[in-house]
Design a protein around this ligand. Structure first.
Ligand SMILES: Nc1ncnc2c1ncn2[C@@H]1O[C@H](COP(=O)(O)OP(=O)(O)OP(=O)(O)O)[C@@H](O)[C@H]1O
Length: 558
């Protein structure tokens, strides 16, 4: 029997899990996290080192709680809008820190699932896994027919643990909805349902095999995109056997450059393959993190993981060409129209916030890399979008956004200056020169002509400035303050006249009081009142003189 080092036991790896013990663990961790987030957001706001420590605590806790929570952490690692940057950075490491499980357990699963002893099934098997992920681990092996393969084996007891965790999470959700009013802002039920659906789909390797076949079929004419071939005879719900296709991790820029791979080309390949998946096939890999993509020594892009796929309505080539040129022209309405056709946006009564966010994205991000922090500038619009009832960002759109932001991170690791439009060009070229129905050539000619006219009609710098000001006024970013010199002068004169009136009243009242006090033999008080009257007279004279001078000057100016 093969032996391997048994890794340190974590809480979720206990042989028997009771609902109560699991619930206590999860509730306590959730309470601590909320406390920490509150503390970091208020009292320790100016101490990033505290947040760093807490972020490390969170990573440790998620690892300790096991696969369900590691997956939640991975999903959260792209939500810079929800968590502080220190947490985001720490959660990014979750991918590489999942401990492997014992080879004996992997072998037991393979034998139970495929119904035979290991060496009747495979010619060779390496007990040391080449990778360990949250849901399974990957062993290299060889079929009796000689093919080099990898076997992805699911972690033992994963489905039972998922069932338990999702029951506890449902209870946690009810608790939050009942006792924490601020959590009612989020549609927690929808998030829960979506998450459960995605995770259960991910632990079904038969489904993953079907996805992999479909993906391979879609890229059958693209020699530089590789998806390993699956062996259905050696595949079940918990065991997946596929061709061994080694490669260099896509974000390992140094190793790629060392063997002479052009990272710009890799970016182009990645972005074009995603555009094809999204627009042409309507079937895309929703989790493009660096562990799921690699580059072969001859520069091909390898996709490994087909557990998390999403479907969208594909669009025809004419519409694709139209949309591409609309992006170049920064034509917000056309782009919104395409997204609505694809079911990625739902039309609402007030489309202004959507238009503004889209305008912002087209203006800033088409020519240069996306900087997520720039989104803070349109945060108001984004929250306005969510506040709009019944506005809802369709779940698929959140998938796409997650996929695109992850892909963008990978692309930027490779080439910090990459340009989305530049990298997309080969894809646009490929759809326009493709033969067959709706080849897009006619549309391309029409769009290109319109684009040239658009470029020629581009306003000069001053016109652009005026246009921008107009837009900002329309969108309420600027308020117009009209001030006239004439009005200003009139207001100042009225002010002075009012002051004079007040001084006159004060003088009169003081004189009168002085006289009364004098008659009543309050000499001292009477002098004080006369003094006040004198002072009032001085001020009165001064403001009357100023008023007269102002009058003169304005008459002269006029
Ligand atoms: N066919 C293959 N050939 C060579 N290496 C592979 C193959 N499939 C997977 N690997 C290696 O195993 C690693 C994990 O694979 P994969 O992403 O499919 O596992 P996973 O359990 O679905 O992980 P996660 O869901 O966390 O992304 C990959 O990063 C890659 O290094």
């Amino acid at each position: 029997m093969l032996k391997s080092a048994t890794p340190k036991s974590l809480r979720w790896q206990r042989a028997k899990q009771s609902l109560l013990a699991r619930q206590t663990d999860i509730f306590l961790s959730a309470a601590r996290l909320m406390g920490y987030l509150w503390w970091d957001g208020t009292i320790a706001r100016r101490f990033p080192q505290h947040r760093n420590r807490r972020a490390q605590w969170l990573v440790g806790t998620l690892l300790d709680l096991g696969p369900t929570f590691i997956k939640i952490g991975q999903a959260l690692s792209t939500r810079g809008d929800l968590l502080p940057p220190e947490y985001i950075q720490a959660l990014g490491q979750l991918q590489d820190r999942v401990p492997p499980f014992a080879a004996d357990d992997a072998i037991a699963t393979i034998e139970a699932e495929l119904g035979g002893s290991l060496y009747t099934l495979y010619g060779d098997f390496d007990p040391v896994p080449i990778a360990a992920a949250s849901l399974g681990q990957v062993h290299k092996a060889q079929l009796h027919t000689g093919e080099e393969v990898v076997i992805k084996v699911q972690r033992p007891g994963l489905e039972t643990l998922f069932d338990l965790d999702f029951r506890v999470l449902r209870r946690l959700l009810r608790f939050c909805q009942r006792y924490l009013p601020m959590t009612r802002e989020y549609d927690l039920d929808a998030i829960y349902e979506e998450f459960a659906q995605v995770l259960y789909q991910e632990i079904d390797y038969v489904q993953e095999a079907i996805n992999a076949d479909r993906f391979r079929h879609n890229f059958r004419d693209h020699a530089r995109i590789v998806a390993p071939k699956v062996y259905p005879k050696y595949t079940t719900k918990k065991v997946l056997t596929m061709d061994y296709v080694p490669g260099i991790k896509i974000n390992d820029r140094q190793s790629l450059e060392a063997i002479g791979i052009n990272v710009k080309e890799v970016n182009q390949l990645g972005i074009c393959s995603y555009l094809k998946q999204l627009l042409q096939d309507g079937f895309f890999q929703a989790d493009p993190h660096p562990g799921n993509m690699a580059v072969s020594p001859d520069g091909c892009l390898i996709f490994y993981d087909f557990g998390m796929m999403a479907e969208v309505k594909s669009i025809d080539k004419d519409q694709m060409v139209r949309t591409f040129f609309a992006v170049l022209r920064k034509d917000t309405d056309q782009v919104i129209h395409t997204l609505t056709t694809m079911g990625l946006l739902e039309p609402v009564a007030d489309m202004m916030p959507i238009r503004r966010v889209m305008g912002f994205v087209l203006e800033r991000f088409t020519e240069k890399p996306i900087a997520l922090q720039e989104f803070s500038q349109v945060k108001q619009e984004v929250s306005a979008l969510f506040a709009q009832q019944p506005f809802r960002l369709p779940a698929k759109m959140t998938f796409i956004l997650k996929a695109l932001t992850t892909l963008d991170g990978v692309a930027r690791d490779l080439d910090p200056q990459y340009s989305l439009m530049e990298s997309a060009k080969p894809f646009v070229k490929s759809i326009t020169v493709a033969k067959g129905q709706g080849s897009g050539l006619g549309e391309l000619t029409k769009q290109a002509r319109e684009y040239i006219t658009y470029r020629l009609r581009q306003p000069n710098a001053t016109e652009r400035l005026i246009q921008r000001l107009e837009e900002r006024l329309e969108q309420g970013e600027l308020e117009l303050q009209a001030r006239s010199l004439e009005t200003d002068r009139a207001i100042q004169s009225i002010n002075l006249a009012l002051k004079s009136l007040i001084y006159a009243c004060l003088t009169g009242f003081s004189l009168l009081s002085g006289a009364v006090l004098l008659v009543g033999s309050y000499k001292l008080w009477a002098f004080a009142a006369f003094g006040l009257a004198g002072l009032g007279t001085l001020f009165l004279i001064r403001s009357l003189i100023t008023l007269a001078i102002r009058e003169r000057v304005s008459r002269l100016v006029r």
